[in-house]
Ligand binder design. Structure first.
Ligand code: ADP
Ligand code: MG
Length: 420
């Protein structure tokens, strides 16, 4: 198909029912359609899936989509199938399939019905699959959550490291990397690892102007402070992140005793309880979920009004992801983190059992969190700078939405007076 002849707006409407592209989508879609290696950095919710789904639907051949989580793959396949009358338009290839199911997938690919084939990276290492995929027309390979390649990312997966070698065996096809991780270090890692330093790169802004950032010193009164905060946001939905399961249980109980409807969520609870608590939060049977970082992956509740960090996060990456669950609808989102240096030491101790290389990375990431917590400059500027983005703390969108800007520290005021 000649890419110049394709009206991508028409295709967008036809497949997805959307009248317009979001942000950089249009440029990305064009880059992929014209066979370029492409690198996409967009915050969560930015609309990365469509960037490769639309070209896959338009182009000849099957697109391979590498994704780390089976649950996410299933969701996407179901979503694509709902856009079409052809069930075979999208498939998952993984170890859970029976022989008959695998045969069906292969048949659909060979007959050209399948436009998107989702695979876990470990499945892609299977010689049998590589042999098969070499023999069929492929449009491109999309690597979703591409930060899994980097040890500097928050979700390193060793299997992702082999992807380039495998892709090379599949033939000379374009590679698309997509991630919501914006640190320059991770980006460099991804591009090097995928051997695509010259890829067309598209990076969206990570600024979330409707989020208010605040850091409070953690004291003995933290529990009553949190209770007061929640009571000031009566009836609003919020998430409280804690480092340990024990703390999650403790805080959930304290809140309940104080008349706040809250449930705990962590990996130590059985699957049924976790699902129940998550649903209660989504259905607004409770206002607050107290959770470890196990909570939140793929949670799409638009009106979360606050995210509280009872303990500091491991990295600014994680902080950005976790606070990013607030204010998805564009409305208010208060991000409050409690900070004490004792917690930093606790986290360091936590990490000291790990391999040295991992420890070093962990310490470096943690130091950035400390710097963020202790800074007296615009927190938004600090965060965005960490993501390689310049932010004008006077005129930028959301410039006054943090504690430091609203209430400049005394130190700064004193200096200002000296200047006068
Ligand atoms: P990401 O992978 O970047 O986190 P998703 O691909 O899951 O984001 O998309 C987030 C949401 O945005 C989805 O609900 C999707 O349907 C919606 N979306 C994507 N593109 C558009 C568009 N052009 N117009 C309207 N909604 C869109
Ligand atoms: Mg995504």
């Amino acid at each position: 198909m000649n890419s110049n002849e394709i009206d991508i707006h028409k295709e967008l409407k036809k497949y997805f029912g959307f009248g317009q592209f979001k942000g950089l989508q249009e440029q990305v879609v064009k880059s992929i359609i014209t066979q370029n290696n492409t690198f996409v950095i967009m915050p969560t919710g930015g609309g990365k899936s469509l960037c490769y789904q639309l070209p896959a639907l338009i182009k000849d051949g099957t697109a391979i989509v590498v994704s780390p989580l089976i649950a996410l793959m299933k969701n996407q396949v179901d979503a694509i199938r709902s856009l079409s009358s052809e069930n075979g338009i999208a498939h998952v290839l993984n170890s859970s399939l029976t022989k008959t199911e695998i045969a069906q997938v292969k048949k659909d690919i060979v007959s050209g019905i399948t436009k998107l084939l989702y695979v876990a990276p470990e499945s892609l290492t299977k010689e049998e699959y590589i042999q098969f995929l070499r023999s069929v027309p492929l449009s491109f390979v999309a690597i979703d959550e591409a930060h899994c390649i980097s040890e500097w990312g928050h979700d390193f997966r060793p299997e992702y490291r082999n992807l380039r070698t495998i892709i090379k065996q599949l033939g000379d096809i374009p590679v698309i990397g997509l991630t919501a991780t914006a640190t320059p270090k991770v980006q460099e890692d991804i591009l090097k690892n995928l051997d695509m330093v010259n890829a067309n790169t598209f990076k969206a802004s990570f600024n979330r102007p409707n989020l208010f950032y605040e850091v409070r010193t953690k004291t003995k009164n933290i529990e009553s402070d949190i209770i007061r905060f929640i009571k000031q946001h009566k009836g609003k939905s919020g998430i409280i992140y804690c480092l340990s399961r024990k703390k999650v249980e403790e805080i959930a109980q304290v809140l309940q005793v104080n008349g706040i409807s809250a449930v705990p969520y962590h990996a130590g609870l059985d699957a049924k309880t976790r699902a129940k608590h998550q649903d209660m939060f989504l259905m607004e049977d409770v206002d607050v979920v107290v959770a470890t970082i196990a909570f939140g992956m793929g949670i799409d509740k638009p009106d979360v009004r606050f995210v509280i960090h009872h303990d500091i996060p491991k990295s600014l990456e994680s902080y950005y992801q976790e606070t990013g669950r607030a204010g998805r609808d564009g409305g208010e989102g208060h991000c409050l983190a409690y900070y004490s240096y004792k917690d930093v030491e606790k986290l360091e101790k936590f990490m000291s059992g790990k391999p040295v290389a991992e420890q070093e990375i962990g310490f470096a990431l943690l130091q950035e969190v400390v710097a963020y917590a202790e800074t007296s400059m615009s927190r938004r500027k600090f965060l965005l700078h960490y993501f390689g983005e310049e932010f004008d703390s006077e005129t930028g969108e959301g410039a006054d939405m943090d504690d430091n800007v609203r209430n400049p520290k005394k130190k700064v005021e004193a200096k200002d007076q000296v200047v006068k």
